[in-house]
Design a protein around this ligand. Structure first.
Ligand code: C2E
Ligand code: MG
Ligand code: MG
Ligand code: MG
Length: 272
C-alpha cells in the first residue's frame, strides 16, 4: 500500500512538472512574439515630495496583456525575459518609450519631471548598455538629467568593480541612478559610499505598516540617516496609508511613491 501511494505521488509530481515545464515553454514563446511585435505598454506611477505633495516624477512600469493569458506580471515575465535573452530588446524598448513620453510631458509644460526606468541585471551588464542609453537620449531628445535608472542592490553587487565603472559612465552622461528595493539585497554597506548613486529607494517591505512602534521603524530611520550622511535622496516605496506617510514625513523622508498617491496608469490617464 505504501509503495503504491508513493508511486501515485510520483506520477502526480511528474505530471505537475510537465505542466509547469509546458507553461514555461508557452510563456517564453508568447513572450518572444510579444517582443517581436512590441506588444508591451508602459504605465507610470507618480512620485511625490512628501513635504508638500508636489509630483516630482514618475516610475515607468512595464505591462504585458496577452490575449489568452490576460495580464502577466512583470515579476513573472522579466525573469523569463532575462533567461531567454529577450530582456535586451524589451529593455531598450522600455527605455525609448519612457524617454519619448518624457519629451511629450516636457512639451506639455513639465520640464522638471523625472522619469525613472527599471534596469535588469543582464541589461545593465551588456557591454553596450551605456551606448544604448546615450543613443536613446540623443534620438528622443530627452534631457539626461531628467532620466533616472533604477538598479537593484543585487545588480550592483554582482560585479562591483564593473558596476561602479559603468555607473560612473552613466553619471557622466548626466543620468541619475537610484538603488531600488534598498535594504532587501545583501549590499555590503562599506561599498555604499563608493557607488556613484543619487537616490536610495526604501523597499516597500519596510514601509508597509510603518508606525513609531513597528519593528521596521529603526530600519527606516537608519536608511534615512545613511542617505542623509551620504548626501543621497531617499524615496519610500509602497506608501498606502496616511499613517505611513505621517511617520515618513516625521522621519524626514524626501520623496514617496505608492497607492496612497496613485497607482501606475497609462500615460493617457496620467494627470499632474
Ligand atoms: P519595483 O521596481 O520595485 O516596482 C514597484 C512595484 O510595486 C510595482 O509593481 C508597483 O506597481 C508596485 N507598487 C507601487 N506602489 C505600491 C503600493 O502602494 N502597494 C503595493 N502593494 N504595491 C505597490 P509592478 O509594476 O508589478 O512591478 C514589479 C517589479 O517588476 C518592479 O519592482 C520591477 O522590479 C519589475 N519591473 C517593472 N517594470 C519593469 C521594466 O520596465 N523593466 C525591468 N527590468 N523591470 C521592471
Ligand atoms: Mg523600480
Ligand atoms: Mg522597488
Ligand atoms: Mg520590487
Amino acid at each position: 500500500y505504501h509503495a503504491k501511494t508513493r508511486k501515485t505521488n510520483f506520477a502526480v509530481f511528474r505530471s505537475e512538472m510537465n505542466r509547469r515545464a509546458y507553461e514555461r515553454f508557452q510563456l517564453s514563446s508568447f513572450l518572444r512574439q510579444a517582443a517581436e511585435h512590441n506588444s508591451f505598454e508602459l504605465h507610470y506611477q507618480p512620485q511625490v515630495r512628501l513635504s508638500d505633495g508636489l509630483q516630482t516624477g514618475v516610475e515607468a512600469l512595464v505591462r504585458w496583456h496577452h490575449h489568452e493569458l490576460g495580464p502577466v506580471s512583470p515579476e513573472r515575465f522579466i525573469p523569463m525575459a532575462e533567461e531567454t535573452g529577450l530582456i535586451e530588446s524589451i529593455g531598450t524598448w522600455v527605455l525609448g518609450e519612457a524617454c519619448r513620453q518624457g519629451v511629450v510631458w516636457q512639451s506639455q509644460g513639465h520640464p522638471r519631471l523625472r522619469v525613472a526606468v527599471n534596469v535588469s541585471a543582464l541589461q545593465f551588464e551588456r557591454k553596450n548598455f551605456v551606448e544604448t542609453v546615450a543613443r536613446c537620449l540623443q534620438e528622443t531628445g530627452f534631457p539626461a538629467e531628467q532620466l533616472e535608472l533604477e538598479l537593484t542592490e543585487r545588480v550592483v553587487m554582482r560585479q562591483v568593480e564593473e558596476s561602479v565603472w559603468r555607473m560612473r559612465q552613466l553619471r557622466d552622461l548626466g543620468v541619475w541612478i537610484s538603488v531600488d528595493d534598498f535594504g532587501t539585497g545583501y549590499s555590503s554597506l562599506s561599498y555604499l559610499p563608493r557607488l556613484p548613486i543619487n537616490i536610495l529607494k526604501i523597499d516597500r517591505s519596510f514601509v508597509s505598516g510603518l508606525s513609531e512602534t513597528s519593528p521596521t521603524y529603526p530600519v527606516v530611520q537608519a536608511i534615512l540617516g545613511l542617505a542623509r550622511s551620504l548626501n543621497l535622496e531617499a524615496i519610500a516605496e509602497g506608501i498606502e496609508t496616511t499613517d505611513e506617510l505621517r511617520v515618513l514625513r516625521q522621519l524626514g523622508c524626501d520623496l514617496g511613491q505608492g497607492h496612497l498617491f496613485g497607482r501606475a496608469q497609462p500615460a493617457s490617464s496620467t494627470q499632474f
